[in-house]
Design a protein around this ligand. Structure first.
Ligand code: RTP
Ligand code: MG
Length: 141
């Protein structure tokens, strides 16, 4: 498997629950390294731009409102097969469907407040990383 980078966001609900460290611990135990990170309170415009692929979906307004409702923790994760590995750690979008032991099963409250975001493909990972981090702020480790 190839060394990959993926974008991860700890969403406002999980930041409010004070579980940033617990979620980082799962990344580390799975062999994913944090190679860039920042906390940020997204504006509605920033949240809209980030989730622009969903702008025609019925849940878009709720998603944007939620993502701009409080600070988030944004990180780039690096590791072998990082994109899929992070999606496996996250679990299904709806925590009701998320496998036991996944981040969403353990920390998410609902399909809206679902604790984490993760890039869904290598192509989208590159776009999403560039949305938040200049290349000089991502550190090879
Ligand atoms: P994310 O992008 O946040 O990592 O989540 P995901 O890939 O698992 O799910 P995606 O389909 O990309 O949807 C983005 C976020 O929109 C909300 N959503 N609500 N009510 C609904 O049917 C619905 N579907 C999606 C979720 O909060 C999801 O994380
Ligand atoms: Mg998605």
């Amino acid at each position: 498997m190839a060394l990959e980078r993926t974008l991860s966001i700890i969403k406002p609900d999980a930041v409010a629950k004070n579980v940033i460290g617990e979620i980082y611990s799962r990344f580390e135990k799975a062999g994913l390294k944090v190679v860039a990170a920042k906390m940020k309170h997204l504006s509605r415009q920033e949240a809209e731009g980030f989730y622009a692929v969903h702008r025609e979906r019925p849940f878009f307004a709720a998603l944007v409102d939620f993502m701009a409702s409080g600070p988030v923790m944004i990180q780039v994760l690096e590791g072998e097969g990082a994109v899929l590995k992070n999606r496996e750690l996250m679990g299904a979008t709806n925590p009701k469907d998320a496998a036991a032991g996944t981040i969403r099963a353990d920390f998410a409250d609902s399909i809206d407040a679902n604790a984490v975001h993760g890039s869904d493909s290598l192509e989208n990972a590159a776009i999403e990383i560039a949305y938040f981090f200049p290349a000089t702020d991502v550190y090879a480790r």
